[in-house]
Design a protein around this ligand. Structure first.
Ligand code: MRU
Length: 362
């Protein structure tokens, strides 16, 4: 995607082929800065502190984290230690484990002298596959948007959190269909949930949509149900951090409530996801998906920009009020209209997923 007239991906490798750059998403939308990852600990810190975030991107960053580790020390012990460090950063998005498992399996069976080169090549392959998958999700999802198009007004799409190009390497998952539809000239308007507590919608999705020139309005998280009751949402499209083989979808906290409201109001609820997000080992998302719990400070405080441009953080709650900060929730498959994948759109069922991915289903 383009920023200030330059094409960017969210992660790329230096001309030396070894050092890794990412966009520092913790500073957006007010400052655009990039961050250099010199070793595996840098990669782990960037994921843990959410300087990079979004399921596909943390998978790719994890892959490059293992490549950075193999560049320094390609022994089995060093690779196992790097694997454990990276895996412990964030528990919910399965893409991280998926990418780390793929890298580890490849590296441990290769001779030590070849491991660093192999690791960078495999991480680059994972990044390219992600771009291709997200672009295909965009094409399939844009068809759904085209079908919802009407003559009298734009298609109103509600989205939650940030599932655009910043959550992946490029394109994104839930926003890829929106970009494809906009570029195809389909009139659209996006309702952007602010997405408390970290406000990925207000800060990152709005930043992306401004950059792409897509008409949008930021709304408080609780406004979606009201808009649906008044016929102002034609489609909901969100991303996924982990999808079970039965089609349950784990995504940013608050997604479940949007799905309930959509169900109650007959608004189609779609999920855009690359197959790397499917956890074939589990069926029941509510029971089996670990939900990340982050610092309560993200709930008790809010950060933004002062009139002079300086970053500020202010406290919302009275001193002494305890808070809890659940990062994700699970939307049961029965509330999901369809899954938009890189191989097409399917029902949120085991049969639907297996029909599209017979080679991956175990
Ligand atoms: O906590 P984050 O910002 O990493 O959460 C991101 C999301 O919940 C996205 O919606 C999700 O990764 C889906 S995009 C594939």
């Amino acid at each position: 995607m383009r920023i200030d007239g330059r094409d960017y991906r969210t992660i790329w490798v230096d001309a030396d082929g070894r050092r890794v750059h990412v966009i520092d998403q913790a500073l957006l939308p007010h400052r655009f800065e990039t961050l250099l990852l010199l070793d595996c600990a840098d990669a782990a810190r960037a994921i843990g502190e959410m300087k990079v975030r979004g399921a596909p991107l943390i998978g790719v960053t994890g892959a490059y984290g293992l490549a950075l580790a193999a560049w320094r020390d390609a022994s089995d012990a060093a690779i196992e230690a790097a694997y454990a460090l990276l895996l412990a950063t964030r528990p919910t998005a399965v893409n991280l484990r998926w990418a780390l498992d793929r890298m580890r399996a490849l590296l441990l069976r290769a001779p030590q002298s070849a491991r660093a080169d192999l690791a960078y090549a495999e991480a680059a392959r994972i990044a390219e596959e992600d771009i291709a998958a997200c672009e295909a999700i965009g094409d399939f999802g844009a068809e759904l948007i085209r079908k919802a198009a009407r003559d009298d007004r734009p298609v109103n799409i509600l989205t939650h959190c940030n599932a655009g190009w910043l959550c992946a390497v490029d394109w994104g998952t839930a926003l890829a269909p929106i970009y494809k539809a906009a570029r195809a000239g389909i009139p659209i308007h996006v309702w952007v949930d602010e997405t408390r507590p970290r406000n990925q919608g207000a800060s990152l999705t709005a930043f992306e949509l401004i950059g792409e020139g897509v008409s949008h309005t930021v709304i408080a998280d609780n406004a979606g149900g009201h808009l649906m009751q008044h016929g102002l949402v034609d489609l909901v499209i969100v991303g996924s951090d982990r999808t079970t083989r039965a089609g349950d979808v784990c995504n940013k906290i608050g997604t479940y409530l949007k799905a309930l409201a959509a169900h109650d109001n007959g608004a189609p609820f779609y999920v855009g996801l690359p197959s790397a997000t499917i956890d074939w080992r589990i069926a029941d998302g509510v029971k089996d998906i670990p939900i990340e719990e982050r610092s309560p400070r993200e709930v008790t405080h809010i950060s933004g920009r002062a009139p002079d441009g300086a970053p500020v953080e202010v406290q919302l709650t009275p001193d002494g009020s305890p808070a809890r900060n659940f990062g994700f929730d699970v939307t049961p498959a029965r509330l999901v209209t369809g899954l938009i994948t890189e191989r097409g759109v399917c029902a949120a069922t085991e049969e639907g997923l297996k029909a599209l991915f017979p080679d991956l289903a175990s």
